[in-house]
Design a binder for this molecule. Structure first.
Ligand code: ADP
Length: 331
């Protein structure tokens, strides 16, 4: 038997359909596969799958199928739902995701270019002025060699100065590749703490509160490590600059209050955030440090958002600075 909806969808008449086999309509599985599939449904009693059916005019449509075998009647009862709309929505979501990724990449590229320009403009300007001055001295009747040497040395210092922020910027931007994977957040925190001590050479105490049995999150491991290291680095630097005697970073990992995401809180005993700065922390180039670049938090936020999470500063937790980040659980 076949209902009117399938008749309308297939383009065949009811009479035609009643003389056809499933394999005449099936567009994805071969006749042998259809036979094997039917055998399996008879054995297990039930199956749910995606496939494609062919209309009388040859066009193909995606179908969500649910088949149940009734042994008493030796009948297979099949629900077939047109999956065109679902497929279209899925495709649109994937395209949207790709567009967002492309946008994010171009934003990072634009940020990088702007950061390089920002970091290079000042020393390049100085190098050009010092060189100009040295040339003028050389053009004089009897150049003062000591002054000339001093000017050239200043030019060299500027060139060296330009190299440092560029190196740290590259380090920061080198987020590597890798894809999102299921991660044990407790383990990742411990690993990032170890790296902060070995690779960044940071000296600090930690107070860790981890949630036992926390569900796994889904994130790009390299991105997460980058963000955690940056937050630890900022915290330790703030405490060091404020001469805090026993620098300590307090880290809490837990399921968020609404239960939807995992949340990491990172607190320090430093001077905290000036309320006037609070709104600007995540802007590119915002820095209060003499040698800061002001890209760390901006990049960290975009990395966490690219992984479906959020990163923010909690001004209500003074003294000290408090940052929270969230990541979605593995589905
Ligand atoms: P940078 O470290 O190069 O300045 P960031 O984007 O990492 O760039 O940080 C921006 C600014 O945010 C810092 O200059 C500082 O003023 C503030 N900040 C970040 N973390 C802390 C912290 N733990 N304590 C106090 N201030 C902080």
């Amino acid at each position: 038997e076949v209902n009117e909806a399938y008749v309308g969808q297939s383009g065949y008449s009811r009479e035609e359909l009643l003389h056809m086999r499933i394999s005449d309509l099936e567009a994805k599985e071969s006749p042998q596969e259809v036979q094997a599939h039917q055998g399996k449904i008879k054995r297990t009693g039930h199956d749910r799958f995606e496939t494609e059916h062919r209309r009388k005019d040859g066009t193909v449509w995606p179908a969500d199928v649910e088949a149940t075998y009734w042994p008493g009647l030796d009948l297979v009862y099949v629900f077939i739902m047109d999956a065109t709309e679902r497929k279209r929505a899925e495709r649109q979501a994937a395209e949207h995701r790709q567009e967002l990724e492309a946008l994010q990449k171009s934003q990072i590229a634009a940020h990088t270019a702007a950061a390089f320009a920002h970091e290079l403009n000042q020393p390049l300007g100085a190098i050009s002025s010092y060189t100009e001055a040295a040339l003028m001295m050389l053009g004089g009747a009897s150049p003062d060699l000591a002054r000339l040497r001093g000017t050239i040395e200043k030019s060299r210092d500027q060139a060296l100065r330009a190299g440092n922020p560029i190196r740290s910027l590259l380090e920061l931007l080198n987020t590597g590749s890798g894809t999102a994977q299921p991660l044990d957040l407790n383990h990742e925190i411990r690993d990032a703490l170890r790296l902060a001590r070995t690779d960044l050479d940071l000296d600090f105490h930690t107070r860790l509160t981890l949630e036992r049995g926390l569900s796994r999150v889904r994130a790009n491991r390299i991105h997460l490590q980058k963000v955690l290291l940056n937050l630890f680095h900022n915290a330790v630097e703030a405490m060091r600059d404020a001469h805090v005697p026993q620098p300590e970073v307090i880290i809490t990992v837990r399921t968020s209050r609404d239960g939807n995401v995992a949340q990491v809180t990172i607190r320090d005993h430093g001077p905290g955030i000036d309320p006037r700065d609070a709104g600007h922390l995540f802007e590119t180039f915002f820095t209060t440090k003499a040698k800061g670049i002001g890209m760390g938090l901006a990049i960290s936020r975009s990395l966490i958002e690219a992984n479906g999470g959020q990163l923010w500063c909690d001004p209500g937790q003074a003294p000290g600075a408090t940052f929270h980040l969230t990541l979605p659980f593995e589905k």
